[in-house]
Design a protein around this ligand. Sequence first.
Ligand SMILES: *Cc1c(COP(=O)(O)O)cnc(C)c1O
Length: 395
Amino acid sequence: MKKESRIIHAGLHPDRFEGVVNPPVFRASTVLAPTVAELKARHPQRFEVTYYGRYGTPTTRALEEAVAEIEGGAKAILVSSGLAAISSTLLALLRQGDHLLMVDSTYYPTRAFCDQVLTTYGIETTYYDPMIGAGIAELIRPNTKIVFTESPGSQTFEVQDIPAIAQAAHAAGALVAMDNTWGLLSFQPFEKGVDISIQAATKYLGGHSDAMLGTIATADVALWEKIKTHVCLLGHAVGTEEVYLGLRGVRTLPIRLRQHFEAGLKVARWLQQRPEVARVLHPALPDCPGHALWQRDFTGGCGLFSIELAPHQGREIPEEVVNTMLDHYHFFKLGYSWGGFESLVVPATPLRTAAPLPKGTGPIIRYHVGLEDVNDLIADLEQGFDRLARALSAD
Ligand SMILES: *Cc1c(COP(=O)(O)O)cnc(C)c1O
């Protein structure tokens, strides 16, 4: 049976709910027990049975089951955002005096969490070149507990050699965590050596730009129990409406991702042959750092990629000129996040402290290709280049 088919039904148990296809939304804090003995007996199973709202309900467990299926992990945990999934994983597994290796291309708030929160707990972070591969071994110290990866990076799209990094980390007794938001369904983290895979489910899993949600999937049950215990002690409780929207998103995830990837690649290839574009940073295209690793390790992708604009008459195009192009798209609206049904654009602002940016001289612009007709999207981009040309001739 194909994974895509299993996902359509993952986490559903109509037999438990009088044949109703989708699990009902349990809005629960208090759960009653018939006797004191029964109340107390439930505590050891608080993560598995419905014990108290914060620990989970049949609704949250349905989505957790689906996420474990999607990621190919043993079990999963829901939290209130992608960033909460990252921060609670790190807080669960790191102690004072520990060392963390963090990829330099990581999502900016992850970096801010390491620099502004973990430092105050006496946990040191070293940033590493996303293209480091097996060379990570040289950065691992006796107190390195986690190597955190994000592949590809969500602004500049460097694809990491996860199997090589995992081999080096495991040889030194460190765990590998991964932000797998881009690769969801096209990258199987646990087959490649990852121990903890994180999703900003706010993106494609929810898929409709209307819910904040994060997920943590683990390779084994022991790791799940450790992180789940911390997540509960940190007081996380994910909202029932968000869980329901996540469950709804799961059912169309394979078909949406296929469309986002195919349309995105078509748009990326069209951009590749435009004179205004110096490089297209899309893992499936040869200009992207780590393209060969994408070919080896991924089966597809999604609708998110960047371009680097070519210089004009030997000079980097000024920001205000680029903005005349970005400000007036019809479909590509300006806004953070991605993975919803709609197309988006943002100027990228990548930050590096360990390795130089994979960039030449031009500004980097990130596009999210949504579910609109692909030819309409290309026409929208073409009109943007016309605006750019007019602004450049007036400049
Ligand atoms: C958006 C994003 C996150 C954070 O997700 P939120 O749900 O917005 O907290 C984490 N990682 C990546 C790669 C993201 O794009």
